[in-house]
Design a protein around this ligand. Structure first.
Ligand code: ASP
Length: 326
């Protein structure tokens, strides 16, 4: 290599060193995709769309929700793992990130290793509901009805790894009855079928069920929260109504592909922190019975450590229930 060639190479290295921070500085210069692992119109989709608006305001860019559905919500994280780490592909995922490792014998991603963590978003309780003409009026009657008709009752969910699957699993193992489960690509289509009377039972998040419970279009038997919800005051927690200790909190986190540049991650964390204080976001979430997290939880460290704690919490429970997907 002669001197001239050396100089050219040095100049190229200098340009390359500048290029990354410059791109990160301009970020985001085009719309950002936020993947959602479940169907449009469902609970995770609802959170993503409201959050996307709030974060988009801060980032001064459009956030486009992409419903990357399938395999109980595990296709979307798999896609995120192989996405370009430039901040233009993100994922909103829920509690399923912590249950999938125990539910799937082979999982094509490692939740604690393969991603960058932006922060937690919102905690959403669930509700146990049935089709409108279910004869049981409360949980006690429902349990008696289930025991007498167990071969006839169908329980909808959004696939192995979804929150509705987890809630159904806990419910069936608590009451020691196995019901026929019907998987959908999200609880939006599951709820549609429940409204049409094609399936009998569904455990789903308040972000999806609240308007239907309020309008009396479904029968509701309880919430998976510890205490009564402001938005559904007449509905007791399942733990109070006859299933002591029954609690599921559907927590959510925003993830980015591993290797996303630090300045981009910093911008995303700042946008999330601003979004969880945005009055429109907070109001919409609280109208739907959800609790927006505190600033301390909307951080990369808090999301990763919560994910780890939840994996440690759910793994033995799921192993004990003996459910696996291939
Ligand atoms: N949250 C999912 C959805 O948006 C379903 C589930 O986790 O049960 O459809």
């Amino acid at each position: 290599m002669n001197r001239k060639e050396q100089r050219i190479i040095m100049a190229l290295i200098a340009v390359a060193a500048w290029a990354v921070p410059a791109a990160a500085q301009e970020y985001p210069s085009k719309p950002v995709a936020l993947m959602v692992p479940f169907a449009a119109g469902g609970p995770t989709d609802t959170v993503a769309r409201v959050l996307g608006q709030a974060m988009g305001k801060v980032l001064k860019q459009t956030i486009i929700v992409e419903n990357t559905v399938g395999a109980g919500g595990t296709i979307a994280p798999m896609r995120l793992k192989s996405a370009t780490p430039d901040g233009y592909t993100l994922l909103l995922a829920h509690i399923g990130m912590s249950t999938a490792p125990a539910l799937y014998k082979t999982l094509p991603f490692k939740p604690l290793e393969d991603f960058e963590y932006i922060g937690q978003v919102v905690d959403v309780p669930m509700t146990l509901i049935a089709k409108q003409d279910m004869p049981a009026r409360d949980l006690k009657e429902l349990l008696a009805y289930i025991k007498a008709n167990k071969d006839k009752i169908s329980f909808a969910n959004a696939g192995v790894g979804s929150a509705s699957h987890l809630c159904g699993l806990l419910f069936m193992s608590t009451i020691e009855v196995d019901l026929t489960t019907v998987p959908y690509k999200g609880t939006a289509p599951a709820l549609n079928d429940l409204l049409g009377g094609q399936v009998d039972l569904l455990c789903d998040q308040t972000t999806n069920t609240t308007p239907y419970i309020k309008a009396g279009r479904v029968k509701a038997y309880g919430t998976t929260s510890k205490t009564r919800l402001e938005t559904l005051k007449d509905l007791p927690p399942l733990a109070e109504a006859g299933l002591p200790g029954f609690e599921v909190v559907v927590w959510h986190g925003v993830y980015a592909p591993k290797g996303t540049p630090r300045p981009v991650l910093d911008k995303l964390v700042a946008a999330l922190q601003a979004a969880i204080k945005d009055p429109a976001f907070v109001q919409r979430m609280s109208d739907l019975g959800a609790q927006v997290v505190t600033t301390e939880k909307a951080t990369p460290e808090a999301l990763r450590s919560h994910l780890k704690a939840e994996i440690d919490r759910w793994t033995p429970i799921i192993k004990k229930a003996g459910v696996y997907a291939e």
